[in-house]
Design a protein around this ligand. Structure first.
Ligand code: AMP
Length: 451
């Protein structure tokens, strides 16, 4: 019997009250499955899993393909009391096997086939629903625990702040292996009783089409908005009541282009460990470059170094990898985010990750400060800035550039930097690249920029 506070029980309440309401639509907007049929499929699958012995406390590695079948599998595993480790489809079998080993997973589900890993009974029964792997873009990858309580709290605060209703339809093209797509996008929609138009991958024409044919919201990362603008599709987004950007810094020039196209763009900030903590206001004027204020129920503080500290009911209880530990918090329950910020009144601006800060000739430079200026130069499409060791400066500022034209003259770029950046922030070197190394979610892997 499900306790009333589980994710599936909450979805079931809605499904029981309005079984005919639509849960998922296909790319063109036609219904794929109603809430009533979704829960019936979950119940069938739960019985199937129970028969093969999946039970409370089991960890299950699940290749999370973005389709209804996999949503049914996910919810059925939760109904059995299992903890799901969502992994990317297409990850090598060896990588999955070593992750399963490290996490003591009892089952792996890939290509829709269930594989039992060893017969030993390893019990991890402490109410975890998910172990989410962080990308490791700024350190060793972590397996972050989330529970029914953290997921429900994290989704409830978002629904309230963004006035998320059952008549909304979310365009979901984010990977389902991170909290943004999986918890906030997918589970957030289901807990609200809203519709989901789920895509296998991010394709600007399809997203634009969805925006023009009944969808009401889109959650994306900055690289997605960049591509939509690059392909001239941003106008379609103005038909949506809300477009949300997060998970990585949004370039203010891009935000201004979207604002000019009358896109209702709202920025929010969060982490795998805490889910979402800051948001721009739904109803008030949104200030470009600022990620807004804490969600209701979230408290923030700033330490003496300018680092953001957060306390939230949606926080993870801790990690399983790289080692088993509770979430580190100070004596008042605040978690140190590793992000350096500026605050004006209640509103917060993210300056950058502390680990990305460049100290050159004793002066602090944030990559964003340089990136936001250089990207305005005609002929530059994207910029990523990183510090590199230098005998003279300690670290030197290096700008990696994706150009829009083959004959970009770096002398002109240097002149532009001289006119628009303070001396310490002017790059000592420029490297032209075809594209940046990125995580699955589109974050630039600064450490892997070569040159
Ligand atoms: P992850 O846990 O992989 O989702 O990464 C969380 C990190 O992403 C945060 O600590 C920030 O450095 C960054 N991040 C998330 N949202 C934003 C945002 N709106 N603006 C700037 N950085 C962000």
């Amino acid at each position: 019997m499900e306790a009333s506070v589980t994710v599936v029980a909450t979805i079931r309440q809605w499904a029981t009250a309005t079984p005919k309401s639509t849960a998922f639509v296909g790319p063109t907007g036609a219904e794929l499955v109603s809430y009533g049929n979704l829960i019936a499929a979950v119940d069938n699958k739960t019985q199937e899993f129970a028969l093969v012995g999946i039970t409370s406390g089991d960890r299950v590695l699940l290749e999370m393909v973005p389709n209804v079948d996999h949503v049914v599998i996910l919810l059925a595993l939760w109904s059995c009391g299992a903890t799901v480790v969502p992994v990317r489809a297409g990850e090598t079998q060896d990588a999955q096997a070593s992750l399963a080993e490290a996490l003591e997973a009892r089952f792996c589900l890939r290509n829709s086939k269930l594989e039992t890993r060893g017969s030993g009974r390893i019990h991890h029964d402490r109410g975890d629903v998910l172990l989410v792997m962080t990308s490791g873009s700024t350190g060793a990858p972590k397996a972050v625990r989330h529970t029914h309580a953290s997921v429900l709290a994290g989704c409830a605060m978002v629904a309230e702040a963004w006035d998320w209703r059952s008549d909304d339809e979310l365009i979901l093209a984010l990977p389902l292996t991170h909290v943004h797509g999986l918890i906030i996008g997918l589970i957030g929609s289901l807990l609200t009783g809203a519709r989901i138009r789920m895509f296998q991958s991010f394709d600007p024409p399809q997203i634009a089409q969805a925006a023009l044919t009944g969808a009401t919201m889109f959650f994306g990362v900055p690289t997605m908005y960049h591509r939509l603008v690059e392909e001239g599709r941003e106008g379609a987004l103005s038909h949506l009541r809300l477009c949300v950007s997060g998970s990585a810094p949004l370039d203010p020039t891009l935000a201004a282009k979207l604002a000019a196209a009358e896109v209702s763009l709202l920025e929010r900030y969060g982490m795998t460990e805490t889910l979402l903590t800051l948001t721009q206001s739904l109803h008030e004027q949104r200030r470009i470059g600022w990620v807004g204020e804490p969600f209701a129920g979230v408290e923030i503080n700033i330490d003496e170094d300018g680092q953001l500290l957060v306390k939230t009911p949606a926080a993870s209880p801790g990690f399983v990898l790289p080692s088993e530990m509770e979430l580190p918090v100070d004596q008042h329950g605040f978690f140190a985010t590793g992000d350096l910020v500026e605050r004006e009144g209640k509103s917060v601006r993210i300056a950058g990750r502390r680990s990305d800060l460049i100290i050159t000739g004793g002066v602090n430079v944030f990559p964003a400060e340089v990136e936001q200026v250089l990207v305005q130069f005609h002929g530059i499409s994207e910029v990523a800035v990183a510090g590199r060791p230098s005998a003279k400066w300690g670290e030197e500022v290096v700008a990696f550039i994706v150009a829009t034209k083959p004959d970009l003259d770096l002398n002109d770029v240097e002149d532009f930097a001289r006119q628009n950046l303070r001396p310490a922030a002017r790059p000592k070197r420029y490297v032209i690249v075809d594209e940046f190394p990125r995580t699955e979610l589109g974050k630039v892997r600064r450490r892997d920029l070569k040159g």
